[in-house]
Write a protein that binds this ligand. Structure first.
Ligand code: SF4
Length: 331
């Protein structure tokens, strides 16, 4: 059963120019993205800055209104389309979709005590004070923080501890879906591992369904069941995590894997390094948007846009040459 189904999602921004400020073009920030998240599954949405991954997550949270497409969400008592529902109707659904933010420094109100921060979603949803207090203690224990933390202010804690507090707040209402927006990218590498381990533990204990947004593949290997790779507003590959690392099917995935430390030096030597700039979503190249950077480019890549197609069970990629070129992964 799927908790979330995103179908042909688009978010375009008009560009206005000239004396009359007419529409002269469009930034296709998200341009036909489809994926699903099953109950208890973590899907990582990965791509370089500006690829549209954050826009996708903001559309799911309805911080942005999509241009078109569907976002079907299983709210427990039926399926709703988040893409088209009025913003006011979203309010009762917000308890089911919670967010873990990127920056643990700015996402916590410095004037509120930690206990009040974690209890805030409970209070907004009418949970009585006595129950709130018990739940805050339970949540602090869940994220491996001492009970005394509830009477302290955020500045008393390190970045990693603040992210634990943010995670506790996100889990307060037992959400059906957690959207984690680069939850470890603002943290030191050693602390990143601790937060990833915490998320693994929580996945195990709570059977979380999660969309994990990240800008590289190094942090999602152990935390995601499947990975969707985005480039210039579109998904270029979706695969089970192990298979994607072992044998990527899209050249762009290979460039992202080149940034991941590989244990086998022979394989590492074969990995393609990214070259060139990420394409501008206001002026994407014709054909395959990756063709100016792709070492496997052929003539048709410059004119024909490849569609996302299933090349093996559960493996989807948008590359004309997906079946003929062998790419290097990280074993
Ligand atoms: Fe490279 Fe062509 Fe595949 Fe695009 S379609 S990734 S340019 S080989």
């Amino acid at each position: 059963m799927n908790v979330l189904e995103v179908d042909d999602l688009k978010k375009h921004y008009p560009i206005h120019g000239g004396m009359l400020r007419r529409e002269v073009g469009r930034v296709r920030a998200v341009d036909g993205v489809s994926f699903s998240i099953a109950a208890g599954e973590t899907l990582a949405l990965v791509g370089e800055s500006g690829c549209g991954k954050t826009t996708v997550s903001r559309c799911i949270l309805r911080a942005l209104t999509p241009t078109s497409g569907a976002i079907r969400f299983d709210a427990g008592d039926g399926t709703v389309d988040l893409a088209t529902m009025p913003k006011r109707a979203m309010r009762p659904l917000r308890r089911h979709i919670q967010m873990i933010f990127q920056d643990p420094y700015s996402s916590l109100n410095p004037r509120m005590m930690v206990g009040d921060i974690i209890a805030e979603p409970l209070k907004v949803n009418g949970v009585p004070a006595a129950e709130r207090n018990a739940r805050v203690l339970e949540l602090l224990d869940l994220v491996q923080m001492p009970a005394v933390a509830r009477t302290r202010f955020p500045h008393a804690f390190s970045g990693g501890q603040r992210q634990r507090i943010g995670i506790a707040r996100a889990l307060a209402l037992n959400p059906r879906l957690v959207v984690a927006d680069e939850p470890v990218s603002a943290l030191d590498v050693s602390v990143q591992a601790q937060i990833i381990n915490l998320l693994l533990d929580l996945q195990d204990r709570l059977k979380l369904s999660m969309l994990f947004v990240a800008h590289d593949l190094s942090v999602v290997r152990h935390v995601s069941d499947r990975v969707a790779v985005m480039y210039v507003g579109r998904i270029v590959e979706i695969a089970p995590t192990d298979e994607l690392y072992r044998s990527p099917r899209h050249p762009y995935t290979e460039t992202l894997l080149a940034a991941v430390p590989a244990p086998d030096p022979l394989r590492r030597g074969r990995q393609m390094k990214a070259s060139g700039e990420v394409a501008d979503p206001a002026k994407p190249p014709p054909g395959c948007a990756f063709h100016p950077r792709c070492p496997y480019v052929q003539d048709r890549c410059r004119t024909d846009r490849p569609e996302l197609a299933e090349v093996a069970p559960g493996r989807w990629t948008s590359c004309h040459r997906a079946r003929e070129i062998e790419l290097a992964g990280v074993a």
